[in-house]
Design a protein around this ligand. Structure first.
Ligand code: HEM
Length: 394
């Protein structure tokens, strides 16, 4: 069977895969990797943890690059950081952050409003303030983290290893600057998420997979987890804010439901708008054995890319992918992934996005600007710029 070619370089992932899916649910990239574009196929790969390994990087990636019992142990130890009580305790601080940011944005703005970019001026600033507050990091890191986010995006896009290595090193230095004082303070370190993570223990399994004891997380594991909880996700939150505001400015009744409806309704709206335009594009896997997928033989060791943006728009599941149907589409929504690696940060990310939108819509009318927005190019999705006009409400 001949496999269609899909070159993701420099394309806009959503429209490019909308076209590509017409040729089948799988494609191959110019460097020979499998692109998993179909919904059923994405679910199959993400769920079959035996045949498809997440250990795809030469760097330690905790937990996303781990498999089996090692992965489970870290998830068991770290998922509670996103538990309902944790989220409820964080919500008031988060609301204050969103409220203050919106206040800054609309201070001194006349009734005609002010045009700003929803991704950089709202999403990125909010993401940095929210994540640093959650982790207990100094607020003074804001400027450095915002600069880092921009440099990281450019380095990732360039595909140049030296550039990506340099930004990765810079991020590790930021993480070290928050860990070092806590190590020195020992028992006197502030009781926050970062300190608790440093004290977190994981279960160790014996050869036959039975729990055999506990050990503290190693330093490099803590750094990797914190990299995961910040480095990648600051950018994702900013992109999600762009996608959501770009859609909501054209759907006033939905924006109103989000503002006044229940938290569950707001979450359902967020999930469905992100499904239609999923900015968290892809994750990688490696076949551990020969396996058949959509009638194609995948050889052991071959690389696969699960394309969430494409799977979330597969016409075989979503007859009209652009139709907004939060309830009907929820069971098939793959924005947060599926299987053992499903996003543990979902409760936090959703809370952040809902609170941001509620506080923004409560204080300001948000309308599309005349300036045209700019779509992101692979490997990110959604919008890189979403110009909107904010005017103080009433
Ligand atoms: C902002 C929107 C976000 C989206 C759309 C998103 C989406 C996803 C998806 C699709 C996966 C599955 C990866 C895979 O199967 O290989 C994932 C994994 C993960 N996400 Fe998120 N995520 C978001 C935010 C966050 C946040 C805020 C955090 C933490 C603070 C977080 C932490 C993680 C971690 C640690 C993993 C790896 C889990 C594992 O391998 O077991 N994410 N995310």
């Amino acid at each position: 069977m001949s496999i269609p070619l899909y070159d993701p370089t420099g394309v806009e992932p959503r429209s490019a895969t909308d076209e590509q899916r017409a040729e089948g649910p799988l494609a191959r990239t110019p460097d020979g990797h499998w692109m998993v574009l179909g919904h059923a196929e994405a679910v199959e790969v993400a769920r079959d943890h035996e045949a498809f390994s997440s250990a795809v990087s030469r760097f330690l990636q905790v937990p996303n690059g781990l498999d089996g019992a090692e992965h489970t142990a870290v998830r068991v130890a770290t998922d509670p950081f996103f538990g309902p009580e944790e989220m409820a305790a964080f919500e008031p601080a988060l609301r204050r952050i969103a409220h203050d940011l919106v206040g800054e944005l609309i201070a001194d703005v006349g009734p005609a409003g002010t045009e700003i970019d929803a991704v950089s001026a709202i999403g990125a600033v909010f993401a940095v303030r929210a994540q640093t507050a959650w982790l207990g990091w100094p607020a003074q890191l804001e400027g450095e983290l915002l600069q880092w986010m921009m440099d990281n995006r450019e380095a990732t896009r360039s595909g140049e290893l030296a550039r990506t290595a340099e930004v990765a090193q810079r991020f590790d230095a930021i993480i070290d600057s928050v860990l070092a004082p806590r190590r020195e303070l020992g028992d006197d370190a502030p009781e926050d998420v970062t300190t608790r993570l440093m004290r977190q223990r994981v279960t160790v399994s014996s050869e036959d997979g039975e729990p055999a004891g506990e050990r503290p997380l190693r330093d490099e594991e803590i750094v990797s987890i914190l990299r995961n909880w910040t480095g990648g996700d600051l950018g994702s939150i900013a992109l999600c804010a762009g996608v959501l505001l770009s859609a909501l400015t054209t759907m006033p009744p939905v924006a109103e439901r989000l503002r006044v409806g229940s938290y569950a309704e707001a979450c359902a709206i967020v999930d469905e708008l992100l499904r239609i335009d999923d900015p968290f594009v892809q994750n990688r896997r490696r076949a551990t054995c020969p396996v058949t997928l959509a009638g194609n033989r995948i050889e052991e060791g071959e690389r696969l890319i699960i394309h969430w943006t494409s799977a979330n728009r597969d016409e075989r599941v979503f007859a009209d992918p652009d139709r907004f149907d939060p309830e009907g589409n929820a069971p098939h929504n793959l924005v947060w992934g599926i299987g053992k690696h499903v996003c543990p940060g979902r409760p936090l990310a959703t809370l952040e996005l809902v609170v941001l939108l509620q506080e923004l819509l409560a204080a300001a009318d948000v309308t599309p600007a005349e300036t045209v927005g700019l779509r992101s190019l692979a490997p990110t999705g959604g919008w890189s710029h979403v110009p909107v006009v904010l005017s103080p409400r009433g």
